[in-house]
Ligand binder design. Structure first.
Ligand code: PLP
Length: 394
């Protein structure tokens, strides 16, 4: 009668969204100041003012033109403006023909996987990984292969990756700055991956594509470098969005970038367009294409995230929690106080602390805290973290 796999996905929303929904309900019941919701990656910093100004201007412009369908890949002028912005930043020479605008990094990854995957293809993700990689890989007929990150610093474990690559490996997904761990891969680590993929592509006689998932590219602390991945490896496809860097997650704006250096670049680009077509994307939101074209060089101010990160680390230090100090994005990866992360997350709920258990990210024993919240939420959560620690008698 219906597709039961899809029904199952609908019935079991991601653990992050489930906790977020629980938090919204709880806030109604006891007041939002009493719930310490660290569940979801909704930016807490306002979008730059220029975004609002452009929306107002476009609201006064010719509505027929503003709201019309654009070409499927996006308005060519908008795409060229985006290409030139990235060229200024990274010394590249992209044009509008390299970019496909789509609904967020999610749409970008989904289209890219659909474009590349054939039956029996494998996609490697580094655990812990963004929960939806498995859903999108399987939706497009691939098999997700999990490769653990290094346990000391959560960078990529190149030996483990080498052992996992087979003749079926079509795509490796990387995400730096990383959700959920907050690590930013070093240039050396990424160069090592590039060398490995070049070697394996030659060995198996077909390219292994590197999908670089980059919604957090601009969210880095302490001046840490985020290398431009296509400079390191030719067969890189970038999946980017403005969800986090311009605080526009609900507006669903992102892109797939297929550089000319990618093997059979034009065919891959066509396949991305075809994937978008088959998924019914039509074109990215027209109004926001125009907003992005005006604001593509803008930045949100990340000092609030930097302050939150410091404050939360101080609280965790005070009670002796073990965690990975984040270098980027806005997540903290904290060791659960018992092996069962789901049980630990349930225990935390008793103190109105909403911490996402690590199981959905492919590993046991940790929780993720999103610190894209108000500073008050963090300050007021201090006692709850203390009480949670006391529950475990430590
Ligand atoms: N990839 C990672 C690692 C993410 O954390 C997210 C969102 O949180 C996405 C992709 C999806 O981003 P978007 O909202 O732009 O679709």
């Amino acid at each position: 009668m219906l597709n039961t796999k899809m029904q199952a996905l609908g019935d079991a929303p991601s653990p992050i969204r489930a906790l977020f929904a629980y938090g919204a309900q709880r806030k109604k019941e006891i007041g939002s100041d009493k719930v310490f919701d660290f569940s979801i990656g909704n930016p807490s910093v306002a979008a730059p003012e220029s975004i609002g100004r452009e929306i107002v201007k476009l609201g006064q412009a010719d509505p027929v033109a503003v709201h019309a369908y654009t070409q499927s890949a996006g308005d060519p002028g908008v795409l060229q403006t985006i290409a030139e912005s990235f060229n200024r930043r990274f010394g590249t020479s992209y044009t509008n023909k390299n970019f496909y605008l789509v609904a967020g990094a999610s749409g970008a990854i989904s289209c890219t996987l659909r474009a590349l995957l054939e039956p029996e293809d494998e996609v490697i993700a580094i655990t812990p990984y963004f929960t939806e990689y498995r859903i999108w890989t399987e939706a497009h007929g691939g098999t997700l292969v999990e490769v653990p990150a290094r346990s000391d610093n959560f960078e990529m474990d190149l030996d483990a990756l080498e052992a996992a690559i087979t003749a079926h490996t079509k795509v490796v997904i990387i995400n730096s700055p990383n959700n959920p761990v907050g690590v930013v891969y070093s240039r050396q680590n990424e160069e090592g991956l590039a060398d490995l993929l070049r070697r394996k592509s030659v060995e198996y006689g077909s390219p292994i594509f590197l999908l670089s998932d980059e919604p957090y590219r601009e969210l880095v602390y302490g001046g840490r470098e985020v290398p431009w991945v296509p400079d390191l490896y030719d067969d890189t496809i970038v999946c980017y969005s403005w969800s986090k860097c311009l605080s526009l997650p609900g507006e669903r704006m992102g892109f797939v970038l297929v550089p000319d250096a990618v093997t059979q670049s034009r065919a891959v680009y066509s396949a991305v367009c075809g994937a978008g077509r088959s998924l019914g994307y039509i074109c990215a939101p027209s109004l926001f294409q125009k907003v992005i074209a005006k604001c593509v060089d803008e930045q949100t101010d990340i000092t609030a995230y930097e302050r939150n990160r410091k404050l939360l680390c101080e609280i965790l230090d005070e009670f002796g929690y073990e965690y990975i100090e984040p270098q980027g994005a806005f997540y903290l990866w904290v060791k659960a106080l018992e092996p069962d992360a789901e049980a630990f997350s349930e225990q935390a709920k008793k103190h109105e602390l909403l911490l996402v258990p690590s199981n959905g990210f492919g590993v046991e024993g940790w929780v993720r805290l999103g610190y894209c919240v108000s500073e008050d939420t963090i300050r007021n959560s201090c006692d709850a973290f203390g009480a949670l620690k006391a529950d475990y008698g430590k």
